[in-house]
Design a protein around this ligand. Structure first.
Ligand code: PNS
Length: 168
């Protein structure tokens, strides 16, 4: 069975990675689908985000996982991929309310499409890409929230030479 795990992944966090590891153990094929959204200001380009995810997948030996990008509607990507299963992680009630609405839109647009929700591990339920971006922009330590690979890239982006001025 093939599932799609869509998102912005700007950047991928250990919360995302935990979901991806669990999906890798459950399904034959997991497609991580990065949304190309020119309108949204992002820290990492699509190419960089894809490379960062691919490095993490390789490091964690997640053999059933592939990374792709998509533009436009998720349902059109799902049709192209021949999959009727979308997966989203839920960290809190606020996520659920938002996700329920999107899931219902998607099933309405593509009858038969199912959205599966995985509850995030409580240890990761407060972690978000936006939180990581903000923390890094002020020179905070992101080690506990992203992989080593992403940590290096985020400090490079913030002109900290791959580390936080030697602090971490
Ligand atoms: O990581 P994010 O930003 O929470 O991911 C949101 C994403 C990419 C899953 C969602 O915005 C999406 O699917 N966008 C594509 C457009 C679409 O199909 N929207 C739903 C129909 S209203």
């Amino acid at each position: 069975m093939k599932v799609i795990y869509p998102g912005s992944f700007d950047p991928i966090t250990i919360g995302h990675l935990d979901i991806i590891k669990r999906l890798n153990d459950m399904f034959d094929e997991v497609i991580i689908a990065i949304l190309i959204n020119e309108a949204k200001h992002s820290l990492f380009s699509i190419k960089e985000r894809k490379q960062l995810i691919e490095k993490d997948i390789e490091e964690y030996k997640l053999e059933n996982v592939k990374v792709k990008t998509f533009e436009g509607l998720l349902v059109d990507f799902a049709k192209k991929e021949n999959s009727k299963i979308i997966v989203r992680g839920i960290r809190a009630i606020a996520d659920y309310e938002y996700e329920m609405n999107i899931a219902q839109f998607n099933t309405n647009l593509y009858p038969g499409l199912e959205t599966i929700f995985l509850l995030s591990d409580p240890k990761f339920s407060f972690i978000s890409s936006s939180g990581v971006r903000e923390l890094a922009s002020f020179g905070g330590d992101v080690s506990k929230f992203v992989s080593k690979n992403v940590k290096k890239a985020i400090y490079e982006k913030n002109n900290l030479g791959g580390k936080n001025n030697g602090k971490y």
